[in-house]
Write a protein of this length. Structure first.
Length: 466
């Protein structure tokens, strides 16, 4: 049976879309969350229309009041979203038309193509602020753990083999750096989003005398000096999805970072390491094995990082080979973006909560870091200070390590007589290379894990995070 033609675009149709087509093509089930930005965009657009005299000031005010009332209804959960109106834009416009006669003029010199591009840019600006705040909160939780355990040393690992001693705070400081770059990445995305596409129309602008700069200013698309930023090409403006990809890439990168932190915590919480105790609140038990305390929160972060990468891939594939300009394929750009936003926020919150409740098993850390093999490189440096070329020194210490292994004793339990037979430059003070505190104090350069440097970095972070 033929359905009634669609209200906003049905003029040239004799029949409306099939029920199945409505179900297939709707986006309101996921783009309804753009409502605040759609209302903001429409207010800016109608302010511009009044400014250039296309609508009257009274019509503008009626439109603004109507939009405010609709948004209030939406936020109170009292608005009825209708699939038959496809998307957030048409749902709001239809509701407005019922209240305000002037609503019929709102869509003058505008297309849903530049409308959705505008909504999304407003959304990205807010989403980046949101995520940057969560990153900041996660950094604070990590810094608090570092400060509370500033004197704890642990082995640092390469190839997951004990490498050299580091302060736990130095290891955690690496996380702070990773997250700081993430925050900077979102600030860049936010800046890239800060261009106003309104006035680009469906593809080729409009013949009506609009003022794009006015719209841009009204919506806050301005540079640091308050000058309007308007997109310079109407075709690019309605088909460009770079910001979506950049946003998803930034989320995927945070995800990768969080997955590495999660993996460290999973290892550290295992019986084999037992460097830390994760909070009960972010762990789960086993339905079968009563003794288990599983780090599910961290495992889920590791898992969700795959999902964030998938979203990025979805967006890249969506845009690849797509002819200019707008194609309906692009409606599929929103679910991966929203999912990346939501999951990134969740992961950051869970990470912050987990770090906030984590305690350090100092005894286990102390035992692990007491392994003198961690300072084998320091013994090589000792030989370098005595004038031995590093390559030779490396070889000599290797032979000392082998000797200790053969005798089944820790390297610092070999006698001076034994090591001197390996190399004459190994004087009686060779053993001081294994003095952990002295060894750490020698690491004085910027970025190194010496106590003075770590203290300096902690102070820097404290200042940075306020
Ligand atoms: N819901 C659509 C989207 O998100 C809005 C743009 C529709 N434009 C069109 N020409 N059908 O892409």
């Amino acid at each position: 049976m033929a359905k009634k033609a669609q209200a906003t675009w049905g003029g040239r149709f004799s029949a409306g879309p099939a029920e199945l087509m409505l179900k297939f093509s709707e986006s309101v089930s996921f783009d309804a969350r753009l409502a605040p930005f759609d209302v903001q965009g429409s207010k800016g657009h109608s302010a511009m229309l009044a400014h250039v005299g296309i609508i009257t000031a009274q019509e503008r005010d009626a439109i603004h009041a109507g939009l405010d009332a609709i948004l209030a209804e939406i936020q109170a959960g009292k608005f009825t979203w209708r699939t038959q109106f496809e998307d957030v834009h048409m749902n709001i416009e239809q509701a407005l038309t019922k209240r305000v006669p002037a609503a019929a003029k709102l869509h003058t010199a505008r297309s849903r193509n530049d409308q959705v591009a505008t909504d999304m840019r407003l959304y990205f600006k807010a989403a980046c602020t949101d995520i940057i705040q969560r990153i900041d909160a996660a950094q604070r939780a990590i810094l608090a753990l570092a400060e509370a355990n500033a004197d704890v040393l642990i082995p640092g690992y390469t190839h997951l083999q004990r490498a050299q001693p580091v302060y736990l705070a130095h290891h955690l400081g690496a996380y702070l750096e990773m997250l700081q770059r993430d925050a900077e990445r979102f600030a860049v995305v936010q800046d890239h989003a800060n261009w106003c596409p309104l006035g680009s129309g469906a593809i080729a602008g409009t013949t009506l005398p609009i003022d794009r700069e006015f719209s841009a200013k009204a919506l806050g698309f301005v540079d640091a000096k308050g000058r309007p930023r308007v997109t310079p090409n109407s075709m690019d403006a309605v088909s460009d999805r770079d910001t979506y990809i950049e946003f998803a890439a930034a989320c995927a990168t945070v995800g990768v970072h969080l997955s590495r932190m999660a993996e460290d915590l999973i290892l550290w919480a295992s019986q084999e390491f037992k460097f830390v105790e994760l909070p009960d609140a972010f762990c789960t038990g086993s339905s079968l094995m009563p003794q288990k305390k599983n780090p599910d929160s961290m495992e889920l972060i590791r898992g969700k990082s795959a999902r964030l990468q998938g979203n990025l891939h979805t967006l890249l594939t969506l845009v690849k080979g797509l002819p200019l300009t707008y194609n309906r394929d692009l409606q599929e750009d929103k679910p991966p973006v929203f999912d990346s936003h939501d999951q990134t926020v969740l992961c950051l919150e869970v990470l912050a909560g987990t770090f906030a409740g984590t305690t350090v098993h100092r005894d286990r850390c102390a035992t692990a870091v007491a392994d003198p093999a961690l300072l084998a490189t320091d013994l090589a440096d000792y030989l370098v200070r005595a004038g031995v070329p590093f390559r030779e020194a490396h070889h000599v210490v290797g032979a000392v390590v082998r000797l200790a292994e053969k005798k089944r004793v820790p390297i610092d339990r070999l006698s001076h007589a034994e090591v001197q037979r390996v190399h004459p430059k190994l004087a009686p003070d060779w053993i001081e290379s294994f003095h952990l505190d002295k060894a750490m104090a020698r690491r004085t350069g910027t970025g190194m894990p010496g106590p003075a440097q770590v203290k300096r970095q902690l102070a820097r972070w404290k200042k940075l995070l306020g």
